[in-house]
Design a protein around this ligand. Structure first.
Ligand SMILES: *Cc1c(COP(=O)(O)O)cnc(C)c1O
Length: 404
């Protein structure tokens, strides 16, 4: 069971006032808040053992290297990867996707096909379009339904011996839909395609098992998982990571350099050129520990309660429409008030101390599907409360009165 009042004590920012009101933070799908234990880890790093890693023999460098590699192991364990070197530290989901998309440039041929879903974040669309431009491969899109679910029959039809890659997010950031990735991965493998799952949104809600999923690539950002910004991970099966070329050249990713020829370092260093976000990686590991200490099963139960409560309360407002009504969804509610621009609602709600996201949520194709400019998105985390949802409902009612 989640003890939300106790958990809230872990997050100093939740004591803040905004515009004279207590902060209600409902923009968790954009970035999560940071518990004190993660903030302490960052301060501890810079106060006590800030040094470059993998290079020095001196004590600080060894301590920093140990902590960084320890964090890699924590992440490996959390995602249940087979080997620590299958976890590549990156700057985040976007960077991770680009490593894979760039890496496939020489592995694709003209008329090969790449399948993405209609529910993708721009960061899981644009790199594949660029890959298609480089290679002459063709992008195919799994369409969505009014409820915000993927049309699986069409997915079946799109799969063929031409399919080389399938990319889908585990959970849609704009609507909260949980996609049936187990089934999608299995089907993709029957035609020999590799699968990349964008777990940026599922990371904070679901504890995954990349080996059980048999997924080829799995990517996430620390900052949506109670960690800092500027760090994330790419999981890849060893055989795939060996097949892909390095993404960037530089220090740390080499074995031997002469002007005639350079040989690359093994995994994971081949993909980690330059000085990484050392402190961020260490803090990522602490954030994973923190989330596990709360417990992902309890988090899921509690967030589902918030989702049901928030859905019911918001629907009490006449003229309010929720986008994304799949039975399989996480604690994201995307909505609009009839005849009112989402931006105007967001502005009034912010004046009352409530942080929601308004706009297209980096998922313009979804907005085009519904023929709307954007939505207001409230996304709940395990440190949110029903009282905060009540405050949101009152604020939206007020906005409605002022705007219509
Ligand atoms: C946030 C998000 C991304 C991008 O993550 P960054 O940390 O900005 O790189 C990609 N996909 C989904 C589904 C997201 O929610």
């Amino acid at each position: 069971m989640i003890n939300v009042q106790k958990i809230r004590e872990d997050f100093p920012i939740l004591k803040r006032m905004v515009n004279g009101k207590p902060l209600v933070y409902f923009d968790n799908a954009a970035t999560s808040q940071t518990p004190q234990i993660v903030i302490d880890a960052i301060v501890d790093y810079y106060s006590n053992y800030n040094a470059n890693i993998h290079r020095g023999v001196h004590a600080l460098s060894q301590e920093a290297t140990d902590a960084y590699e320890q964090a890699r192991k924590k992440i490996q364990k959390h995602f249940n990867a087979k080997h620590p070197y299958e976890i590549i530290f990156t700057s985040g989901t976007t960077h991770s996707i680009n490593i894979v998309a760039t890496g496939f440039t020489n592995l694709l041929q003209k008329d090969d096909e790449i399948i993405v879903s209609a529910l993708e974040h721009h960061s899981n669309i644009v790199p594949w379009q660029m890959l298609c431009e480089r290679t002459g491969a063709v992008l195919k899109v799994i369409p969505m339904t009014e409820e915000g679910e993927l049309v699986m029959d069409v997915y079946d039809q799109l799969l063929s011996s031409k399919t080389k890659l399938v990319f889908v997010n585990h959970i849609s950031n704009a609507l909260g839909t949980i996609n049936p990735i187990e089934e999608m991965i299995k089907k993709a493998h029957t035609v020999g395609a590799a699968v990349l799952i964008d777990a940026a949104q599922s990371g904070p809600h679901i504890k995954p098992d990349v080996q059980a999923l048999d997924v080829d690539f799995y990517v996430a950002s620390a900052h949506k998982l109670c960690g800092p910004t500027g760090v994330g991970m790419l999981y890849g099966k060893e055989e795939w990571l060996n097949k892909l070329p390095p993404y960037q050249g530089g220090g740390e990713m080499i074995e031997e350099v002469t002007f005639e020829k350079t040989t690359y370092a093994g995994l994971p260093h081949k993909f980690e050129a330059g000085t990484p976000n050392i402190c961020g990686g260490i803090a990522f590991g602490v954030a994973i520990d923190y989330m596990n200490s709360i417990g992902f099963d309890d988090i899921a139960v509690y967030e589902n309660e918030l989702l049901e409560y928030g859905t019911k309360r918001l629907l009490e407002i006449e003229g309010l429409r929720i986008y994304g009504t799949s039975k399989h969804k996480t604690s994201v509610i995307s909505f609009n008030l009839e005849g009112v621009h989402p931006y105007d609602v967001g502005t009034i709600v912010d004046k009352l101390g409530i942080a929601v996201r308004t706009g297209h949520h980096c998922a313009q194709p979804i907005m085009d599907f519904y023929q709307i400019p954007g939505t207001i998105r409230a996304s709940f985390s395990f440190y949110n409360t029903k009282e905060e949802i009540d405050a949101l409902v009152e604020a939206v009612k007020k906005a409605k009165m002022m705007l219509s």
